[in-house]
Write a protein that binds this ligand. Structure first.
Ligand SMILES: [Zn+2]
Ligand SMILES: [Zn+2]
Length: 211
């Protein structure tokens, strides 16, 4: 194809925009789907609003990696994992923007970060199968609701800017997969085994839910 044509025709771009709106997590649930909104959330300016149907996230983590530090301008990131169908955007589709930290692209391709294009609050990381929401945007109605989202572990703790002696498991890298170890003030062997077991159970559970 000649390079002069490498810029996409405006109509092609428009079709693409329409296409992402039809897919989870952006798809608006129909009224006959009985989407039960258990939580409401919004970005700082309120242009982007969403609700969640699941009472407890599949997992809740604190990430200390330097990409999270930079993109959140914070010492670490708090993220809760959900299925893409657990979320319903009530408002603000046209205020979403994307960023892929690995290629530094603002195209919508997975995985990517999702923000409000007005106040720039980070909203979630959209993975290929799951979303990692930032619970700081949720309007918790009571302490129990907040407890449901309590972080269960630290990951990429090797890259931390500060120590968090809270007794939670601390992984050098991802909390699952090769080359990551529990470190520092992580509780001893028994807790380590419990955490490995918990990660495995959670994996099995999400595998059976998606499959
Ligand atoms: Zn906003
Ligand atoms: Zn991170």
């Amino acid at each position: 194809m000649p390079s002069a044509n490498s810029v996409e025709h405006p109509n092609t771009q428009k079709e693409k925009v329409e296409e992402w709106k039809k897919r989870a997590p952006y798809r608006i649930h129909e009224s006959n789907e009985h989407f039960k909104a258990r939580y409401e959330a919004s970005c700082h300016c309120g242009k982007v609003k969403y609700e969640l149907s699941r009472e407890e996230p599949l997992d809740s983590k604190l990430c200390h990696c330097t990409t999270c530090q930079t993109s959140h301008a914070a010492p670490f990131q708090w993220a809760a994992i959900f299925h893409k169908d657990d979320i319903n955007f009530r408002d603000g589709h046209h205020h979403l923007e994307w960023y892929d930290p690995s290629t530094k692209s603002v195209e919508h391709k997975l995985p990517c970060k999702v923000r409000c294009n007005y106040c720039h609050s980070p909203i979630m990381d959209e993975g290929r199968n799951m979303i990692l929401l930032f619970p700081s945007l949720i309007k918790f109605q009571n302490d129990q609701e907040k407890r449901n989202f309590k972080p269960r572990l630290h990951m990429f703790y090797r890259e931390r800017v500060m120590d968090i002696p809270d007794g939670l498991p601390k992984w050098t890298g991802l909390n699952e997969g090769e080359g990551s170890d529990l470190i520092e003030d992580s509780p001893p062997d028994m807790i380590r085994d419990l955490e490995r077991k918990r990660v495995k159970e959670q994996k099995d559970r999400s595998a059976s839910e998606t499959g």
